[in-house]
Design a binder for this molecule. Structure first.
Ligand SMILES: [Zn+2]
Length: 350
């Protein structure tokens, strides 16, 4: 490039982009599934891409809209982070090669030490990092900080990012749920949470169980049913660590994913995080039940157990998204890591 495009005035652009829509945007480039193209325009209405076509055609179809030029800019759909822990951002530097259940040593104590202010700050930092990296939606797997999840919702809203907000529904430990009838309590909280964000422009409620053994079988079933009825997802870390798989085998004679299937918790409402240690039979369970997976390639690099068989999932029609797990808050680099991990783990076999 011999000449740089004229520098846009960020104040003017920001003013235009925050105006009530619809907006007719004309960036230098629009990213299509086939690649970037010049001379295209986009109409955005109510936060959605309504029309994507060559600029002249878009202008003709929308004569009432004034085109907003975005020189030097590329317009593309935002990345969706399928697995995040917004209140773990202060611990990102602690994640390194730790093969088994780092959550016991780092994440649970870290989140346990947060108060409202620090949880909000951690979540807002994570949300801003995600936006910087091209993500417009983050899926939060539920904070274990002892704060109202509205603190996390507020941080996401204030940062301006869409958030699928998990509420942790663990009730297998004596002290997890409170009350004499712990399961009723946790299910009641789940119902309230699912209704709490109706109509919210940025926050969508979700349920979460940290790992299958963290909730009773009744709660695993109830959260699956409630989420399915509400059109929401249940997030569970599944088949992530060898130790967890072994405990499940000892306790139930079944691997964690098989155990979820046995209690009726698999289905389109389940977003299974990691799913790295899968047998061929478990791949079939995922495919047959319509269960979705978050493939978190960078987490595999610092946990070291295994890499989710994403290419096999694609082949089997299993729905999966990419998740940062709180690391690699850059969508393009995450996508590259996802491909690289597949090549190393599976692509060299042939
Ligand atoms: Zn996680």
């Amino acid at each position: 490039m011999n000449q740089s495009p004229p520098a846009p005035d960020p104040r003017t652009e920001l003013g235009l982009l925050t105006a009530p829509g619809p907006l007719l945007l004309e960036p230098d480039k629009v990213l299509l599934p086939e690649g970037p193209v010049d001379g295209w325009a986009v109409v955005v209405r109510d936060g959605r891409f309504e029309s994507v076509a060559p600029a002249a055609a878009v202008r003709r179809a929308h004569p009432g809209l004034r085109a907003v030029r975005l020189p030097g800019r590329l317009l593309m759909p935002g990345f969706v982070d399928a697995h995040h822990h917004l209140t773990q951002s202060f611990g990102a530097a602690l994640a390194f090669g730790e093969p088994s259940e780092i959550f016991r040593r780092v994440w649970v104590p870290l989140e346990g030490s947060l108060d409202e202010e620090s949880a909000y700050t951690a979540a807002k930092l994570a949300a801003l990092e995600a936006l910087r990296g091209g993500f417009t939606t983050v899926t939060d797997a539920g904070t274990r900080a002892d704060v109202d999840v509205e603190v996390v919702a507020a941080a996401a809203r204030d940062a301006g990012i869409r958030c699928v907000l998990g509420l942790v529904c663990n009730d297998a430990d004596d002290d997890a749920a409170g009350g004499d009838d712990g399961r009723t309590t946790v299910v009641e909280r789940a119902e309230k949470h699912l209704a709490r964000y109706d109509g919210d422009p940025l926050v969508r409620a979700s349920l979460a169980v940290s790992i299958p053994e963290a909730a009773t079988e009744g709660t695993l079933r109830a959260t699956a049913r409630l989420a399915a009825e509400a059109g929401a997802v249940v997030q569970i870390h599944v088949n992530e660590h060898l130790a967890g798989v072994e405990r499940s085998l000892v306790r139930h004679g079944l691997r964690p994913l098989e155990h979820l299937h046995a209690v009726g918790a698999l289905g389109p409402q389940l977003l299974a995080a990691h799913a790295t240690l899968l047998t061929p039979r478990e791949l079939t369970l995922l495919a047959d039940t319509g269960t979705a997976v978050s493939y978190n390639p960078v987490a595999s690099a610092w946990k070291g157990n295994a890499v989710a068989p994403a290419t096999a999932m694609a082949e089997r029609g299993i729905r999966f998204g990419l998740g940062t797990d709180g690391t690699r808050g850059d969508g393009f680099r995450l996508a590259e890591a996802a491909e690289f991990a597949q090549r190393l783990a599976y692509g060299l076999a042939g």
